[in-house]
Design a protein around this ligand. Structure first.
Ligand code: FAD
Length: 476
């Protein structure tokens, strides 16, 4: 059939995966069409994820820090919070970045088509125009895009529990980022990174928190010793941390959302909350794009299987980002995007990252990469550990933030680094060095003999390596 537009490369979805793929494909000389339902580019990460959450977390961290200054001889007044203004600040941060993406798309002559895309066959996508910020409304206008190659980057959506009432007081992360209302009591459903980050923001703005988690600990995936430091510092925010417990029902009442629990640490009575944040995971959008019409395989859960070049079972169609699997992280999506675009251009690129770092941007931050100690134990991997407590870091003490630590895990035989974890302020900014060391196959001497600037928190990485090697003179 006829097409309204025709291109070498169609990219479906303009999140970190999609825009990175589109830009790389354009740089490689392809004529690119980028299809996106949102009003702006940037996907979940820039519009309703990584960036707006960090804009709010920064404000929360400064407020928390200031509240501890009395003992240092500095007293600030009690903060007053203008929520509309705070929200406007967050929106401005997002706008700067998404606006920047639009300019970059223009510069590269990437054609952005606004609307919801669905495959018609392996070479055509139908796009129905949308309006509104997140493109929930459709105008009915349709066009067909013909493509030679395609990269699916349609991302994921928050999981909503079926028994949760449809009520403005029940929100997912997107709703929580809107900062509506001024909850005094808030329930976080799911003890993962997204829930705990948003909980940190609301708690600093005045909410008491409860958190419920089905598994036996918060921040799954991170070593327990890292999480313990965060948990101890953050205990005052919580009334109730309910582990091995789940919600089994909820009811919207005049006074709040009444939630029922079941499990090991379930309260006997249903609990009343001003706001309930659903943060129980994200599900991939694989089943919502007509993939079957293109012959692209989608798993029962909605993921799209791909090979090492990010190719689906259909050779000219690639998939990247949250839609291809865990970990659902922006930096993973970006790297996969470059591989897919380059592979489509005939290059020999492949996605073979040894490790992908994870960061909880809580206060303190928790960051880890590669092998964890819990994993090493479970799999019987012989490791040598270097553990550097920040009570021995001049900078951490000067910052009055010495609760953290840095640990590195080395192969007991080869002494090469296998993994690392950091808990403390700016842990997320430091974990990249550990990732680099792993990618380079560095050993404890390489890291320990690398001169780090003093006094920095980053020194703790060199020290941890020296501790593993037995040559550290700075720790008693
Ligand atoms: P997405 O960003 O989900 O983008 C997919 C895009 O496709 C969307 O814009 C969507 O509108 C569009 N789309 C989907 N279907 C269609 C269709 N049929 N037609 C047209 N368009 C369509 N990750 C980190 O690495 N660091 C963080 O700090 C971090 N914080 C987060 C905080 C929150 C609150 C949330 C929710 C997520 C966070 N993430 C973070 C995860 C991160 O946002 C995702 O991993 C990342 O956005 C995935 O990128 P993507 O390109 O695969 O998909």
């Amino acid at each position: 059939g006829g097409a309204d537009l025709d291109c070498d490369m169609l990219v479906l979805g303009a999140g970190p995966g999609g825009y990175s793929a589109a830009f790389r494909a354009a740089d490689l000389g392809m004529k690119v069409v980028l299809v996106e339902r949102y009003a702006t580019l940037g996907g979940v990460c820039l519009n309703v994820g990584c960036i707006p959450s960090k804009a709010l977390l920064h404000v929360a961290a400064v407020m928390d820090e200031a509240s501890h200054f009395e003992s240092l001889g500095v007293t600030f007044g009690k903060p007053t919070i203008d929520r509309p203004k705070l929200k406007a600040h967050k929106d401005k941060v997002v706008g700067k970045l998404t606006g920047g993406l639009s300019a970059m798309a223009k510069m590269r002559k990437v054609t952005v088509v606004r609307g919801v895309g669905a495959f018609l066959d392996p070479y055509h996508l139908s796009v129905e125009e949308t309006t509104g910020a997140t493109g929930q409304e459709k105008t009915g206008k349709k066009q067909t895009v013909k493509f030679k190659n395609c990269i699916i980057a349609a991302g994921s959506q928050a999981v909503h529990l079926p028994f949760m009432p449809k009520d403005p007081r029940v929100v997912d992360s997107t709703g929580a980022l809107e900062l509506a209302g001024d909850p005094k009591r808030m329930l976080i459903l799911g003890g993962g990174i997204i829930g705990l980050e948003m909980g940190t923001v609301y708690s600093t703005l005045g909410a008491r928190l409860d958190v419920v988690e089905m598994l036996d600990g918060l921040m799954q995936g991170a070593d327990r010793d890292l999480v313990k430091v965060w948990q101890k510092m953050n205990a005052p925010r919580f009334d109730n941390i309910m582990l091995k417990t789940k919600t089994v029902g909820a009811e919207a009442t005049k006074d709040g959302i009444l939630v029922k629990f079941e499990g090991e640490q379930a309260p006997k009575e249903p609990q009343l909350y001003d706001v309930v944040l659903q943060a129980v995971g994200r599900s991939p959008n694989g089943k919502k794009i007509g993939a079957d019409k293109a012959g692209v395989t989608v798993t029962d859960r909605g993921f799209i299987p791909v090979d090492i070049q990010m190719r689906t079972n259909v050779p000219h169609i690639f998939a990247i980002g949250d839609i291809v699997g865990q970990p659902m992280l922006a930096h993973k999506a970006v790297h996969e995007a470059h591989v897919a675009a380059e592979a489509a251009a005939g290059e020999k690129s492949a996605f073979n990252a040894r490790v992908i770092p994870s960061v909880a941007y809580t206060d303190p931050e928790v960051a880890w990469v590669g092998l964890t100690e819990d994993q090493a134990k479970a799999e019987g991997i012989a490791i040598k550990k270097g553990h550097f407590p920040w009570t021995a870091s001049g900078r951490a003490i000067a910052n009055t933030r010495d609760e953290g630590f840095t640990k590195l895990l080395f192969d007991a035989q080869t002494h090469r680094i296998l993994g690392g974890g950091i808990v403390g302020t700016h842990a997320g900014d430091m974990i990249g060095e550990v990732a680099l060391a792993i990618e380079m196959g560095a050993d404890e001497v390489d890291i320990g003999k690398t001169i780090h600037p003093h006094p920095t928190l980053g020194e703790s990485i060199g020290m941890a390596a020296e501790i593993a090697h037995g040559t550290c003179t700075d720790v008693p």
